[in-house]
Write a protein that binds this ligand. Structure first.
Ligand code: CUK
Ligand code: CUA
Length: 629
């Protein structure tokens, strides 16, 4: 990158300011928050970048990335934040996993958020997607599915922590997940992939496959409660929403309802299900639904013949579902077929009015190569499809594919680029929104094979960065990642304004503070032990490099809850609390309150210590729990 460009100057000035700020706070011990970069500043910088600097993946030390990448962590159960284009991992957000560093899954705050699934420590996260307003990222939330335990979680983007988790009732194995794009993300939409009886209580026949169902799930994005579900024929894989606020589309790879591989791939065609949102909402309002399993979630009938859905036959076993950012097409990716099926969204009104047949909504089925799984888009009418079996990205032009389908002699394929190896999802910068900018493509390769130093039989994935700003795709970076990103989004940094300190009244820990109030404790000024039968609540503050309490006494067998409030106001000064030999530890961010509960089941002297390096005297930041036998 040209160091003399306006943008570089802005970034280095920004860094200068930050350095000065740190210097000052080191002197006075605490300080205000540095002014965040404004959206206008970013816009000016982006303009400067576009006109004066060619797309460069080099982000020099001290410079900031232009984009945030949100990555799913697959069977690690987490979500990660990467900087794009540097591909540097900036943060991990534990969601469905249990995390030793932050205490996620161990703290009382995280257990409350996990709710009825607090006892689960595993997950399989595939599809992170950000809330939108008018088809553009709004920087509020990122939603993520857990295929392994049928859950959907939400990440608050101001604190970059999971703040809501829902176990989806009636359904099984939540896979494809997206958000309503227009007019705003009222709903999170997601697929129950595996078919089971809706009342899966083991009382009716387990083998009568005709009773098995997949459910389409529509979740209220703000409350994270179920809005309604739609029963379909066949199973459901991936999904996406249009840019009109009218339709959702999901792929189905097992319309046969086969229970083994051979049966699942026996028919030549499966289908895409189109859901009509207005008709679904009207049906809920009119009470045209059933409920199951003792919950009150409306389950609508969207099976073949229903007015709520349409079934568009496509070549067998489609996988990815991607809406083109001009709002014109749903693209269903063939997987077993070398084609993708392009569905014209414009024609769906006629399809629901029964003026055309389902297949009439398909405007092209271009052949791209072997194993097309997912498609991404730039701002110049091109699409980029991963070819799993060919280990390639196929770049193709959508209009040309439609013209070719209509008999015009035109080659819609622009380029095929080798990737390494076996790509699943890919994603372009802001590519699922109206702001798609055609600068970067990230390809999540499932195998890295020979691309990195060998690290034993288990290899990293390979997330490759491709420059798509020119006519030709150029591979610019190999990025090893741990198990196993399925999908990612690339969000311009101007869309996000993360906090630097926790607000003291944050709902993340307000129940903990309410408990303190009940105990008559002001967590910001007091260090106090409250005994309530064999339950002991220990309230202590922390300010580098000491805890507000350096010893407390309990009896053997007591249930001890330690509540730590971090009074430091300097950004990045995080403390930890670890009770040695008791298997508990947690992070306490600046101005946050965190708590965990354990049984004092070992008599004697036990040290607790701060396990997040915070100060020159961090080693001394410790105290004793005295357990009387
Ligand atoms: S799925 Cu993994 S490569 Cu879960 Cu979106 Cu296609
Ligand atoms: Cu506080 Cu280390």
């Amino acid at each position: 990158m040209n160091k003399d460009s306006d943008s570089s100057n802005n970034i280095s000035l920004e860094n200068e300011d930050r350095r000065k700020f740190f210097g000052k706070t080191a002197l006075i011990g605490a300080g205000a928050v540095a002014a965040p970069m404004t959206a206008t500043m970013f816009a000016t910088m982006a303009k400067a970048n576009a006109s004066e600097v060619e797309n460069s993946a080099t982000v020099h030390p001290g410079e900031l990335d232009e984009y945030y990448g949100f990555w799913s962590g697959g069977q690690s159960g987490e979500v990660r934040i990467l900087g794009i284009p540097s591909m540097r991992e900036l943060m991990r957000i534990p969601v469905f996993n249990t995390d030793s560093a932050t205490g996620w899954g161990l703290t009382n705050e995280s257990k409350r958020i996990k709710g009825d699934s607090a006892h689960l420590h595993t997950g399989d996260s595939h599809h992170p997607h950000m809330s939108m307003t008018d088809g553009q990222y709004d920087g509020k939330y990122v939603f993520i599915n857990d295929k392994a335990n049928t859950r959907v979680a939400r990440i608050r983007c101001d604190i970059m922590k999971c703040d809501k988790m829902l176990t989806v009732p009636n359904a099984y194995a939540i896979h494809g997940l997206r958000v309503q794009k227009v007019p705003y993300t009222k709903y999170v939409i997601c697929n129950g992939e595996f078919e089971v009886p809706i009342v899966n209580d083991g009382k009716s026949s387990l083998n009568d496959v005709s009773t098995y169902r997949s459910l389409y799930n529509v979740i209220n994005a703000e409350t994270m409660e179920m809005a309604f579900q739609v029963e379909v024929d066949g199973n459901l894989d991936n999904t996406d929403a249009d840019f009109d606020g009218k339709y959702f589309a999901s792929t189905c790879y097992n319309s046969e309802m086969g229970m083994n591989l051979g049966d699942m791939i026996s028919s030549e065609r499966d289908h895409v299900v189109i859901f009509n949102l207005a008709r679904c909402e009207a049906a809920v309002k009119a009470g045209k639904f059933k409920t199951y399993n003792g919950n009150n979630v409306p389950v609508l009938n969207g099976r073949k013949g229903s007015e709520l859905t349409r079934y568009i036959p496509v070549p067998k076993s489609p996988h990815g579902m991607n809406t083109s950012p001009d709002g014109k097409y749903f693209v269903a990716n063939g997987k077993l077929s070398p084609t993708v099926s392009i569905i014209s969204i414009e024609k769906l009104d006629d399809l629901f009015a029964d003026k055309i047949k389902p297949r009439d909504a398909i405007v092209a089925e271009p052949e791209l190569g072997l194993g097309p799984l997912h498609t991404a888009f730039d701002n110049r009418g091109n699409a980029y499809t991963t070819l799993f079996l060919d280990s390639q990205i196929a770049k193709w032009n959508i209009q040309d594919a439609i013209d070719a389908h209509n008999g015009k002699k035109v080659n819609y394929l622009r380029q095929k680029l080798d990737v390494h190896y076996q790509p699943g999802h890919n994603h372009t910068s802001q590519g699922e929104t109206r702001d798609t900018d055609g600068k970067w493509l990230v390809v999540l390769c499932k195998f890295s094979k020979d691309r990195f130093l060998p690290v034993g039989p288990l290899r990293p994935e390979n997330d490759q960065l491709i420059d798509i700003s020119g006519d030709e795709m150029k591979l610019v970076h190999d990025g090893p990642t741990y198990a196993e990103p399925h999908d990612c989004i690339i969000v311009h940094r101007s869309k996000l304004k993360p906090l630097k300190l926790w607000p003291r009244n944050d709902p993340f820990f307000n129940e903990t503070i309410a408990q303190a109030k009940k105990d008559g404790v002001d967590v910001y000024t007091q260090n106090k032990v409250i005994r309530d039968g064999n339950k002991v609540r220990v309230y202590m503050t922390s300010i580098a490099p000491t805890f507000g309490m350096t010893e407390f006494k309990v009896k053997l067998g007591d249930e001890v809850t330690v509540v730590v409030t971090n009074l430091d106001q300097v950004e990045d000064v995080t403390h930890g609390f670890c009770m040695t030999n008791h298997g508990v530890q947690m992070e306490i961010g600046p101005q946050a309150t965190s708590s965990l509960t354990f049984i004092a089941n070992k008599p004697g002297v036990h040290w607790y210590y701060c396990n997040w390096f915070c100060h020159a005297l961090h080693m001394e930041m410790r105290g004793r729990m005295l357990v009387e036998a």
